[in-house]
Design a protein around this ligand. Sequence first.
Ligand code: CP
Ligand code: NVA
Length: 298
Amino acid sequence: MPRHFLTGDELTSDELTALLDRAVELKRDRLASGALDGKSVALIFDRPSTRTRISFEVGVAELGGHPVVLREGEMQLSRGESVRDTALVLSRYVHAIAVRTGPHETIETLASYSDVPVVNMLTAEHHPCQALADLMTIRERFGDLSGLRLAYVGDGNNMAHSLMVLGAKAGMEVVVATPEELAPSEAVVRSVNGAVSVTNDAATAARGADALYTDVWVSMGDEAEAARRRELLGPYRLDESLMAQASDRAVALHCLPAHPGEEITEGVLYGERSAVWDQAENRLHAQKALLELLVSTS
Ligand code: CP
Ligand code: NVA
């Protein structure tokens, strides 16, 4: 049976710790692993990407593998070939399939028919590869994740969900502050078994936090609702006054792309407490550790 990575919940807490340990080793020596020697990985993008596209392509190459980067519009998928048939055919060519698409059900269908591991490179509901890099970044700053308070403020979107799932798995206290209208999915909140709290007040979430995290106000696919979202999310900006609520050692996080002046101020994004550039770099190392694990255990 292939091992998939669709939400992050597929990993045990011990596997998550081991994966982050391995990512640190690979950061120290980028060419230390030949886990994908002679293997190919399909990277399918139905939505734009800078970090994910480049970190996966470079990561597969550094592991000795061959990345096959595909835009959905280049495949017969765009002309009506089914996700099922795509999964069956790709499984005969490549050793893993990574996908960025909108509906989470699409990647679940692909995974259900794939004979090789399927990795979620972002759906509207989850962005678990980003959360792996985020946890790695926080751990680099604090040494250990267990017991740290991670506050996410903004839209209750894919990023919020993945931080809830993986943050809880790492033993963190995760607090999510969103407007009522943009609350995270109740199913995801239920799935983390009370390890997460949700509030409508950004300052309450930020109080005493070790890491303060935000994401764009208008995610890919939400463009038609941009004005409404900007209005609802106005009180959830990650700015200097919110940072002042957090602990003295707190770091500011953002998955990027950022819109300075909107969900985060320029001062916080480029300030000395910002860890966002390490986050972006750590995508590479964390995903290489993930691919190594999935391919070696499938
Ligand atoms: N954070 C992130 O996934 O960035 P990209 O959309 O550029 O891949
Ligand atoms: N929530 C954002 C994340 C971008 C990396 C989006 O889905 O567009």
